[in-house]
Design a protein around this ligand. Structure first.
Ligand code: SF4
Length: 258
């Protein structure tokens, strides 16, 4: 009976997720199986076996991945790192920001998300992913059975670039040490790079996100999964199912370590 209830709960969760992520399910009466207007699904949509294919690192200079560099970072807490940032003026973004967006969540999270940089809402509130994209990220997190407060969310840059322009090299160079120290402090099992900019910056690669996503890559003592940014999904809802596949792989990998 309990097993049946558990199964029913799982099915309900999956249906909610599909709805939230915009995946249209085919009815039994519909042929072919995929609804005509629905997004193209992979042949086994519920298969979430993490892929560690070698293709994942094709084009990525492994020696250039910061996680593979042989440098020691002292063990420190997130509070220490935040304290060192203070009212940071290390790059040209400091005069235009309202708030430093350090990151938030569980300091011992198994899953750590890295976005690109704060937007207007985040700059206003001093918190990461609080706008529409952030609300979608919350749904995605909940869809794999986690709560937002269980994960840690941060960005490569801690300050908003004017007009949400792309981060520039000197800004990344000034700020990224804090991200790496955050990763080392949290020690997540999986780092999820949200969007092309985050993935390419973390992996030191020019490979497109479409090739990087879907693979668990060794990174700084954890696995890194690149996937599409929630803001991109808001503009391209037909791609949501790919993020669902990536998130299932993350969920199953973390579960496999328990
Ligand atoms: S983006 Fe980073 S380095 Fe630049 S001012 Fe903000 S906290 Fe400092």
């Amino acid at each position: 009976m309990n097993r049946k209830k558990h199964l029913a709960g799982q099915i309900r969760d999956h249906l909610k997720l599909y709805k939230d992520l915009g995946v249209r399910l085919a009815r039994a009466s519909e042929t072919p199986v995929r609804a005509a207007a629905g997004p193209r699904r992979s042949p086994q949509p519920t298969s979430s076996k993490p892929s560690e294919s070698k293709t994942a690192t094709q084009g990525i200079k492994k020696a250039a991945i910061p996680g593979n560099l042989d440098f020691k970072v002292p063990i420190e807490s997130l509070e220490t790192i935040r304290g060192e940032l203070k009212d940071c003026k290390r790059c040209k973004l400091s005069p235009t920001r309202k708030n430093i967006v350090f990151g938030s969540g569980n300091p011992n999270a198994d899953l750590l998300f890295v976005g690109e940089a704060p937007g207007a809402d985040e700059d206003e509130q001093g918190l990461p992913f609080v706008g529409r994209a952030g609300q979608l990220l919350t749904k995605i997190i909940e869809a794999i059975g986690m709560r937002r407060k269980e994960v840690f969310i941060c960005n490569i840059l801690k300050c908003r670039p004017p007009e949400n322009r792309n981060p520039e090299a000197d800004e990344i160079s000034a700020c990224e040490q804090f991200l790496f120290r955050q990763i080392d402090a949290v020690k997540p099992k999986v780092i999820c790079a949200l969007g092309a900019f985050s993935a390419k910056t973390l992996l030191r690669t020019k490979e497109p996100i479409s090739r990087l996503r879907g693979h668990l890559i060794d990174y700084r003592g954890a696995k890194l999964m690149a996937t599409f940014h929630p803001a991109y999904l808001l503009r391209n809802p037909n791609e949501k199912y790919k993020v669902w596949e990536d998130m299932q792989a993350i969920r199953d990998y973390i579960a496999s370590l328990l």
